[in-house]
Write a protein that binds this ligand. Sequence first.
Ligand SMILES: [Zn+2]
Ligand SMILES: [Zn+2]
Length: 242
Amino acid sequence: MLKTIVYNWFKIKQFIEIKCILCRGFTTLNQPLCTLCLNSFPVPTCFCSTCGIPINESETGLCPQCIIQPPLFDHCLAPFLYQFPINKVLQMVKYQSRLELIKPITQPMADLLSDFYLEDQWPEVVVPVPLHEKRLRKRGYDQALLLAKALKKQLPDVITLESHLLKRVKHSSPQQNLDAKNRQKNIKQAFALQKDLQYRHIALVDDVVTTGATVSEITKLLKKAGAERVDIWSIARTPENQ
Ligand SMILES: [Zn+2]
Ligand SMILES: [Zn+2]
């Protein structure tokens, strides 16, 4: 009897006292992030309706760059700015296998998408930006695919998830240490289609968009193959196109 009481007490205590991965404060309901930290993620108040960077309110709803020369993709939607602490959280997912963080960070993304597509057409398919086989073997998981899977569960059933439509054929060096020009060069012809494209409206999923070089390269490939519209869904967006 006493044994059972002690065992249950430990079980309940363990369930309740999960510490927040960022501030070490207690969280409830088995969440890896506390509400305070989740609410501290930087959110843009107004952003360019095409490339997604923060802008001052304007009539066009576009940033100066998109007025002059818009990117190949049609919309970039991201709930957060790539700043502390969401940058740390995304790095933990990518490099430290903290996959329990995926669910809480995809929830605000799903909310943003539901708002956006209230007055717009949902894409037919969700496609994660693929990793190269070598990097996948080293990491053991594909974070963009896991994000896309978590998102898919929270979106309308009509949307398909296609994880084998694209393949990363070039084992390029990581983009984060390169400037905008070299990112473009590094990612050129890095992807290939693995099957005939049957979709006209596609959503590409990645954890973070910086210069947009990777998603632009894939968009080029998809539009050449017949896609009419490509939307980018990322958890975070850098405040500038660099
Ligand atoms: Zn916290
Ligand atoms: Zn823009």
